[in-house]
Write a protein that binds this ligand. Sequence first.
Ligand SMILES: C[S@@+](CC[C@H](N)C(=O)[O-])C[C@H]1O[C@@H](n2cnc3c(N)ncnc32)[C@H](O)[C@@H]1O
Length: 245
Amino acid sequence: MILRMPDTPDYGIDAPKVLRNLFLFGVPLLLLGIYGPRQFHISHVIFLLRPMFFWTGLFLLLEGLLYLFYVKYGKFRHRDQMLSLYAWRGYEQVLDVGCGRGLLLAGAAKRLTSGHASGIDIWSNEDMGGNSEAATRRNLELEGLSERCDLVSAPAQEMPFPDASFDVIMSNLCLHNIYEKQGRLRAVQQIARVLKPGGVIIISDYKHTGEYAAEFERLGLKTEMHWANPLYVFPPLRIVVAKKG
Ligand SMILES: C[S@@+](CC[C@H](N)C(=O)[O-])C[C@H]1O[C@@H](n2cnc3c(N)ncnc32)[C@H](O)[C@@H]1O
């Protein structure tokens, strides 16, 4: 069998099973809502089945479509919004935590001249379809950014970088994948540790952003919160910006 390498960058499908399940349950439920049984009795209680199936199916299907829009188009606009929260000078050392197939990493690297961008990830295929170091390396090659980037295979909770290594640290939809609070806080502490004094952190996620901000404040960083542009993202995302004085 001959495997053909892609010739345009492919930034993958985030959480592919979530997307699949929204369609897998949404479509049949919607059809049952239109063509299925009308009623169901338990003693003299009547359940109106069609409206129940119809609205549940429609809700899941709409969520699936909004999520597909984010994955195929919105995430590039969201990436641009995140990158616009920092005034790039070109010489920065940048880290993308949970870089996946390199969406933010490539976006940041394009803004560098003499700087360098590193991506760290554990390459989970649950969290990102077709996730691997090789796939990300290929995207960077296709973008012409290999010289300016490197990839590190390690969890965010155990970063193998010295203290104060990076001017800018970014992360999109990564930290919520660490299920225990202690693990997420450990990752936040690692991010603060490897940030240089005067450096900036920009983290976007759909939950736990208040927890990240509180931990950064506890560690002495100044934080602010932004909403991601609702036209492009689903689910709604919040962005934590933290600065080390
Ligand atoms: C939904 S994907 C997002 C990828 C990329 N940031 C983007 O926006 O396209 C989440 C990524 O976080 C990575 N990840 C999950 N847990 C991680 C951990 N503990 N340490 C480092 N990366 C992790 C996954 O492997 C995956 O690549």
